[in-house]
Write a protein that binds this ligand. Structure first.
Ligand SMILES: [Zn+2]
Length: 497
């Protein structure tokens, strides 16, 4: 079946989009939500399990207090009210990766509710209303073997790993976002980005979309322009990058419009997003809440955070990321495009730490956004994972400013750090990376170079100082890059004056 797609601009001539975003965040607690099993990514299959997270009869769950604390801090950072008393609920459905046949979640009594988060798109501020943020547990992970695409369709058997079953999740649900019009895809992306930064600043999750520790479900519906009734929505599941969030919204807008223009009805269903083509395909019909037969979880006591505790947690909130960005940009004197690039590359906290360690903002930005970003791209890892610490960048930069390293030698030091050759000092020693500061060897190399290129020597003598470049180059080559080019230039001009 081929979807009829309507061009994006044309969609907006006839319809208004409504967005709804549901973001799951895996918390980085030491243990799972309701048992003492380790909360760790990876591990041999089914090694982080116990009777509770396997749902064996008679096993009794206990709520992880740190997860509750993290949930409240997320809620407070999102300007939510915090429930004085709330319960967990069983969401009943069968799925092979969910051993209990119900997911312990929250239903009509979420721990956090009625908040908001403001996001900026092209200088325009959108306030995204948060309906709720509730606690729940993750499911296990099924792997389908034998099919072409890794999906269950066409597979001949499936394997299930319950290590992830019971890992604490916070699900953050927005109210319908209307009125964004043509900016709807950008608003969706900006919201998920802002939420990611906020949760990262709280330190309660590593919010890695590529590893699934932050996942976004994108709800979208279209209504005829001017109508205040919401259309039928689809829910595109587990979109795992910011760019994909934006693309999923655009695609679904075009697809919905195609269905509606032809007089058809949009099915209420989940959709799969395909990274390669930027398209979606049907998943399963979307259940309504009553299909899950929610009821209060009888094995867990209610959660009743005291107001004193909530206020104490409020005092632990970090500076809001958007405010921090604005403050740092002013302090550092970066232009808007510079700051945007820094932020997009994930370099902001690294530059911040490098500046704290003593480097100037410009120098910190230079290293992280050129040499180290290049290494990260080459290795296919995040900038924070290249294996170079901000303190090391500050150390190298101090040596460059002290003229014991040149930029070129500094790059070799970073190469050594990435290769695990030790500290900056050890690498400088072991690789012999020090600027030749003694004029003796430099003068000898200059004499050699001048003797080899007498015509250049004449040009310099005749006042053409730019010609010195060729001699400097030869000296740098002879000293394997360990000469200070500015000093070499001085010596040449003195010599030929
Ligand atoms: Zn367990």
């Amino acid at each position: 079946m081929t979807d009829t797609l309507v061009a994006f601009d044309e969609v907006l001539e006839r319809y208004d989009p409504a967005l709804g975003l549901e973001v799951h965040v895996e918390l980085n607690t030491a243990t799972k939500m309701f048992c003492g099993c380790p909360n760790a990514f990876g591990g041999d299959p089914n090694t982080h399990v116990c009777p509770t997270c396997l749902g064996l009869p008679g096993a009794m769950p206990v709520v992880n207090a740190t997860a509750v604390e993290s949930a409240i801090r997320i809620g407070l950072a999102l300007n939510c009210s915090i429930a004085e008393w709330c319960r967990f609920a069983r969401k009943n459905y069968f799925y092979p990766d969910m051993p209990k046949n119900f997911q312990t979640s929250q239903y009509d009594e979420p721990i956090c509710f009625d908040g908001w988060l403001e996001v900026d798109v092209d200088g325009e501020t959108f306030r995204v209303e948060i309906e709720r943020a509730h606690m729940e547990e993750d499911t296990g992970k099924a792997t389908h073997i034998g099919g072409a695409t890794g999906r269950i369709h066409g597979a001949d058997h499936s394997l299930i790993d319950y290590n992830r079953a019971g890992i604490p999740l916070i699900e953050i649900v927005t109210r319908p976002i209307v009125g964004a019009g043509e900016k709807a895809p950008a608003v969706a992306r900006a919201y998920v980005a802002a939420l990611r930064d906020l949760v990262a600043a709280l330190g309660v999750s590593d919010v890695r979309m590529d590893q699934g520790s932050m996942r976004c479900d994108v709800n979208l519906s279209l209504a005829p322009s001017g109508s205040d009734v919401l259309g039928t929505r689809t829910e595109t599941k587990n979109v795992n990058s910011l760019r994909s969030v934006e693309r999923a919204v655009r695609f679904e807008m075009s697809r919905h419009a195609g269905v509606l223009d032809a007089g058809g009805k949009v099915f209420q269903e989940t959709r799969h997003f395909h990274e390669d083509s930027g398209t979606t395909s049907p998943g399963r019909p979307k259940s309504d809440a009553e299909d899950y037969r929610y009821f209060p979880e009888p094995d867990l006591v209610p959660v009743a955070p005291s107001r004193e505790w909530v206020e104490q947690l409020r005092s632990t909130l970090p500076e809001p990321p958007a405010a921090k960005r604005a403050r740092l940009q002013a302090e550092w004197g970066f232009s808007d495009p510079e700051m945007r690039d820094v932020w997009a590359a994930g370099a902001l906290p690294l530059i911040d730490a490098t500046v704290t360690a003593g480097a100037t903002p410009q120098a910190a930005r230079k290293w992280w956004m050129s040499e180290l970003l290049r290494v990260a791209n080459e290795k296919g890892v995040e900038l924070a994972e290249v294996g170079v610490a901000p303190e090391q960048v500050a150390d190298v930069q101090a040596r460059v400013e002290g003229k014991s390293l040149t930029d070129k030698l500094a790059r070799q030091v970073f190469e050594g750090i990435v290769a695990g050759e030790g500290s900056v000092e050890e690498i400088v020693e072991a690789r012999g990376l020090a600027v030749v500061s003694d004029d003796g060897p430099l003068l000898a190399a200059i004499d050699d170079a001048l003797a080899a290129q007498p015509d250049i020597a004449d040009k310099i003598r005749g006042g053409n100082h730019a010609a010195a470049g060729a001699i400097i180059g030869a000296v740098m080559k002879a000293t394997r890059g360990q000469a200070d080019a500015a000093r070499v230039r001085e010596l040449i001009l003195e010599k030929l004056a």
